[in-house]
Design a protein around this ligand. Structure first.
Ligand SMILES: [Ca+2]
Length: 375
């Protein structure tokens, strides 16, 4: 996709001490996986010693080791480069917890009970989560797996995974979930946003991002520079949920805003990176010289009024559109202050544009810092 980024970016090479613990006594030739703790509540049940210890330093664990957490707080670690794993309600014990192994180009996580959130970006490694009810596989994905005694539930936040067992297989995309009960095939994927925030992970910072509560607080005031432009809620064409924003253009001039400026105050942490995303669909969206283009401008800081005259953080990032299907635009920026304002507009271009644009499922999400120092 267009934009500046997709992924976690710039992880430094990790240097692991050869802290293999009791490995000298371990004659089994097991593959081991690197783990770098990002929280202080991680525990590891060691298969060699059958004891549970704190896991606070980066090192290797064996397939027979089982990771877990102490207390209710989520435990976080980084593994195999850019994979971020968050555990919740997972006990480190024999036949419990989370085990990790590397099989060729796959990182395999086996979860006995509890929930695990896996975020895998900018990685050439396939991720697989196995439970007693099925297997989840994907690449460059972000998903939540929750295992209870009678079923495994998966919810996908970003990307697409395959959820399968011996009885069947389903593909599950972002915003969807599926469940496999004991002895049954995984259910057909259905819309479900409940994973967002459920594991204490970053939430969408844009209120009413998918127009499900109608138009407000989005403004319906059309602001064409020239030509015509109308906005309305559309309940027939939408990506998720029951509605989207429909924008109709007729000889609409350059720099006209398809979405009037949207401001969200006091939601950003300065210096932190954020993902901004939207989904769009176009029909007969044309300039004289070719297909219509869209652009995004984002300002951050302490925004007092219309920041249109200020230097934006994302400046007129434009892209060519694709006709007749929902497509995604992503960009990443670093916040310079607590407020954000953004517009979706026609780029600077002498041509006027006509056609229809639908917008849905805006997302503004903090990108978890993965390369920070040990706590
Ligand atoms: Ca929607």
């Amino acid at each position: 996709m267009n934009g500046y980024y997709i992924g976690m970016g710039g992880l430094p090479a990790l240097i692991f001490c050869a802290a293999l613990g009791q490995a000298g006594n371990d004659t089994r030739a097991e593959p081991s996986v690197e783990v770098r703790p990002l929280s202080t509540n991680l525990r590891c049940w060691r298969g060699v010693s059958e004891r549970t210890e704190k896991l606070e330093q980066p090192g290797f664990i064996f397939e027979t080791d089982h990771l877990g957490t102490e207390g209710e707080e989520a435990g976080r670690f980084q593994t195999e480069g850019a994979q971020l794993v968050v555990l919740r309600g997972v006990r480190a014990a024999k036949e419990e917890g989370l085990s990790l192994s590397r099989r060729e180009n796959r990182l395999v996580l086996r979860l006995y009970k509890g929930s695990v959130l896996v975020q895998s970006h900018e990685s050439d490694v396939d991720v697989e989560v196995e439970t007693q009810h099925g297997r989840v596989t994907g690449k460059e994905v972000y998903f939540l797996v929750t295992v209870a005694d009678d079923a495994t539930q998966i919810s996908v936040i970003d990307g697409k995974v395959t959820f399968s067992n011996t009885l069947g297989s389903v593909d599950v995309e972002d915003g969807m979930s599926s469940r496999a009960s004991k002895g049954q095939q995984p259910t057909v994927a259905r819309e479900d946003d409940s994973a967002k925030g459920a594991a204490g992970e970053p939430e969408n910072l844009i209120p009413n991002p998918g127009f499900e509560q109608g138009l407000p607080p989005w403004s319906a005031r059309a602001e064409p520079r020239s030509g015509k432009l109308t906005l309305r809620l559309d309940r027939d064409v939408r990506r998720r949920g029951g509605s989207s924003l429909r924008v109709s253009l007729e000889n609409t001039g350059a720099l006209s805003r398809l979405v009037p400026m949207r401001r969200v105050k006091k939601v950003l942490k300065p210096g932190t990176r954020y993902l901004f995303r939207l989904y769009y669909r176009v029909e007969d969206f044309k300039r004289n010289q070719g297909n219509g283009q869209l652009a995004v401008v984002i300002w951050t800081g302490e925004l007092k009024q219309d920041p249109g005259e200020m230097l934006p953080d994302v400046f007129n990032d434009r892209w060519d559109t694709v006709e007749g299907r929902w497509a995604r635009y992503d960009c990443v920026f670093k916040a310079t202050g607590p407020d954000i304002a953004f517009v979706v507009l026609l780029p600077e271009d002498p041509d006027a544009t006509s056609g229809t644009v639908w917008l849905d499922d805006f997302l503004l999400m903090e990108i978890p810092a993965m390369n920070r120092k040990q706590p």
